[in-house]
Design a protein around this ligand. Sequence first.
Ligand code: WTA
Length: 651
Amino acid sequence: MVEDPKAFEALLQEDRVFPPPGDFAAKAHAKDDSLYRMAEEDPDGFWAGMAENLDWFTPWTQVLDWKPPYAKWFVDGKLNVSYNCLDRHLKTWRRNKAAIIWEGEPGDSRTITYDQLSREVNQFANVLKGQGVKKGDRVTIYLGMVPELPIAMLACARIGAPHSVVFGGFSPESLRQRIDDAEAKVVITADGGWRRGGMVPLKKNTDEAIEGSGVETVIVVRRMGDRMPVDMKAGRDLWWHDLMKGASAACEPEPMDSEDLLYLLYTSGTTGKPKGIMHTTGGYLTGVAATTKYVFDLKDEDVFWCTADIGWVTGHSYIVYGPLANGGTSLMYEGAPDFPERDRFWSIIEKYRVNTLYTAPTAIRSFMRWGGEWPARHDMSSLRLLGTVGEPINPEAWMWYYEHIGGKRTPIVDTWWQTETGHILITPLPGAVATKPGSATRPFPGIKAEVVNERGEPVGAGQGGYLVLTRPWPGMLRGIWGDPERYQGTYWNRFPGIYFTGDGAKRDKDGYIWLLGRVDDVVNVAGHRIGTMEVESALVDHRSVAEAAVIGKNHEVKGQAISAFVTVKEGVVQDDKLIAELREHVARKIGALARPDDIFFAAELPKTRSGKIMRRLLRDVAEGRALGDTTTLADPNVVAKLKSQYEEKEA
Ligand code: WTA
């Protein structure tokens, strides 16, 4: 499972240890092991304590009802997420505190206080009601990183309409698939969105996506204005600002059952079809609020910046719900890190005196490549904590982050979790746990993780295995929308009653966990999950392609890059023009994030006797390793030939 033995060896030899800095620990929410001990003695009691930090309309009668694979948390409790993120802060001094500080890519900005945010959320909740949206109706949101995005999410939460946010970089076809699966009747989008100085045609994409679908209403945010005229279809398309004009700023929050659906978020799996991950209300909010407070040591005076796009789970949990549930100040940036220059992040940190930065290893590796002179131009002394998420961080990148961004002062929290887990599960608590570059350290209090072998037995120190979670946790997914069998099959069949993460890991002699990447057919490109099957389906959809096999190939900056092996139909010319065409075809079908880095024409693909393509061997070929076990192949010559052809081409 560990694909690159060299990298694995290097990790085993990483022995640098960084204890929490004394001044940080002295003021931290968690300064010692006491939360771990409390949670170990009484996990349910620990989570109940965390849930008590929220405002409940009706108290729960039971903390956890666990009938694997279905958990109910805070049974019979009633609450509303938008009430917890807004209303309860309005009764305190936080009323006029910045909830969201937003910076647009062109340099425009907005500071939105809790009071202002609450008014806009209430207004938009009334707008949705006016369009006939009721509790339980799914609403698809396809927006760039503009304030209307969290406003729309919170408005949905207020009236009990689950949202399904679709990343603005997805193609019309990907959007269509997600709208159809959720059976959304209302879509919220914008005329366009800024990205690296260019305009993303969100409305045009939406029009293409919903042609002939069941969507009845499209609400359009005006971001581009005259720069990007859009067609507004009478009777279907409405401007956000027109609707908001007449809307009342008072909308009662819907009392939601703890287990009512809060949102769907689609993520890639091992088949071609994305999974609609289901997150519910009480447990999810408890988990994101607790982890935001303790992992990021969030203080009232902090400016907290998570650089993810809200189209991914990291943005849901750590731009919107976690920080706002805690009454924090969340910074939101619309655009690219290198626009107009490669120091945009550092200039934002200086401008807003950002205290905590939470970003992805792939971004850090880009910054490394761009060089330390960019951050050096800015005063970043406000930073007191750094975080990473999305993929394993190599110790080199960790050290660069520590030195050049954190000024060797700030702890780093390497946080492991998934769309499915809802919130961070493996991470240091920065005031209590010594860190090691490249390790996510230990499970958050109340979380139980193991590294096991094929038979489900815990492996010894230093050995690789599968990462599993042996105890339910509040923010865990409650299912896959419309597909209970897939839920059972993907996560719970390998080891009954135990959650299978799909990640490989090892534990070192101190019990620290080191993540080693996916063990299934999911590729992690620049922190984005893409199923190899999705890309393969897009490729074979092209008229010239007979068969395709897609793998993630190690990549210096992106972690993994998509590499495709393609066989073409009779008579097709295999040239660079076709390669370019195929790359564009995939980008058009799925979105630019899935565009293969390289495509290799193969005469044949290596298959098992039962016809399964052996991607493991293709990775060996692409990464220039000796071929692994080929005994299950129908014809071992196929891969041997492929390897020599590939090496010829590379040379
Ligand atoms: C990977 C993102 C190593 C992992 C929150 C997981 C990580 C997948 C880390 C989930 C980390 C996430 N170290 N690997 N700190 N964090 N991953 O659903 O493979 O977009 O299964 O959620 O990202 O990606 P997802």
